[in-house]
Design a binder for this molecule. Structure first.
Ligand code: KG4
Ligand code: ZN
Length: 330
């Protein structure tokens, strides 16, 4: 059994966690930066990086104190090494390197997407490889067949915006505020999802990928037409996203009949309409539907520590020269 300290700083959440290789979450802390970015209507990379610098050291001390351990008790230090906003990734990775150097512990450089991909195993111990993961967040929109640690087959990705990005941008266009996803969902609850004719990009196509940029433009045109209420546009937009996600996921399930479960992760998994539609889809496919608790679906350090634990157990450790990467496909 090993004990891993994990650090996450690739976007606008600063987080640290302690996780064991036998799936015990010893401690986790997270500091969001929503208030700092809200005036700009989106995440400002420079502000995010500076905030990570300010917050991270104290968060690491907090989790060690909460776990009642010191760095000497930790077996390895894992940090997100990408993909993400490069300034933030560098803050977390360099912090991890400094701690690893000072405490003479191995470093595990974790791909943030791998963290998301393996996180459902923490909340659902019965989950078996291979499973199909729909990863839908502000930065990512992918379908991954998770076959094992370090074995991921990407079946689909977005050719333009991520699903969460479409929620955020549409919310901004509709004057609903930041972050956009929850605001759109609240507005959608008051609207009619059939009111506004909106496109379903790539639905029905043999191509596996997602596309949301056209949908966002259609939301802008609908808003400018001044024919529909904001709530009707929000509800119709949310329905269009749900239809796209379901269609593309159904196609991936057909392409990966070996999948033992349908799993969703990422911030958009918080959306009730998305969850309901995926539950139905999994039922039709005769598969269990796994949605980790929300805190584990969105960016956090427990998933990085957990991915680090699995990699460490497999002997996959990294040197102090491990690079920070803005782009790093799984
Ligand atoms: O996973 P996450 O916290 O960070 C990224 O890695 O991006 O996801 C954040 C994204 C944002 O785009 C946010 O608008 C979206 O998830 N989101 C939602 C909801 N809650 C968060 N989208 C739709 N409905 C929601 N209820
Ligand atoms: Zn993420």
């Amino acid at each position: 059994m090993s004990l891993i300290l994990g650090i996450e700083s690739s976007c606008d959440e600063t987080a640290a966690a302690l996780v064991t290789s036998d799936r015990r979450l010893i401690a986790h802390k997270l500091a969001g930066q929503e208030a700092q970015h809200r005036p700009y209507g989106g995440v400002v990379p420079e502000i995010a990086a500076r905030a990570h610098v300010d917050i991270l050291p104290a968060l690491v001390e907090d989790v060690l104190a909460e776990g009642n351990v010191t760095l000497a008790d930790v077996d390895a230090i894992a940090a997100t090494a990408g993909p993400g906003l490069i300034g933030g990734v560098m803050v977390g990775l360099l912090t991890a390197k400094g701690l690893a150097l000072a405490a003479r512990k191995p470093l595990v450089a974790v791909n943030h997407l791998e963290g998301h991909a393996l996180s459902p195993m923490l909340s659902h111990p019965d989950l078996d490889f291979p499973y199909l993961l729909l990863l839908v967040s502000g930065g990512h929109c992918q379908l991954l067949l998770v076959e094992g640690v370090g074995a991921y087959r990407r079946l689909a990705t977005t050719i333009d915006d991520a699903a969460g990005e479409a929620f955020d941008k549409s919310a901004k266009l509709l004057g609903l505020g930041f972050p956009g996803g929850p605001a759109v969902e609240r507005a959608a609850a008051e609207g009619d999802p059939r009111a506004v004719p909106l496109p379903r990009p790539l639905v029905g196509s043999a191509e596996p990928h997602f596309s949301f940029a056209g949908l966002k433009s259609a939301v802008l045109r609908a808003h400018q037409a001044e024919r529909w209420s904001v709530t009707d546009i929000a509800a119709s937009f949310q329905q269009a996203v749900v239809d796209c996600l379901v269609d593309r996921t159904r196609r991936a399930l057909d392409a990966a009949p070996q999948a033992t479960a349908l799993v969703v992760a990422g911030g958009v998994a918080a959306n009730g309409a998305v969850r309901a539609a995926l539950t139905t889809l999994a039922g039709e496919a005769g598969l269990p539907f796994v949605a980790p608790p929300l805190w584990l679906c969105t960016d956090n350090a427990a998933m990085i520590a957990w991915a680090g634990a699995l990699r460490f157990e497999e002997g996959m450790v990294d040197g102090l020269d491990a690079p920070a990467r803005a782009r790093w496909p799984l």
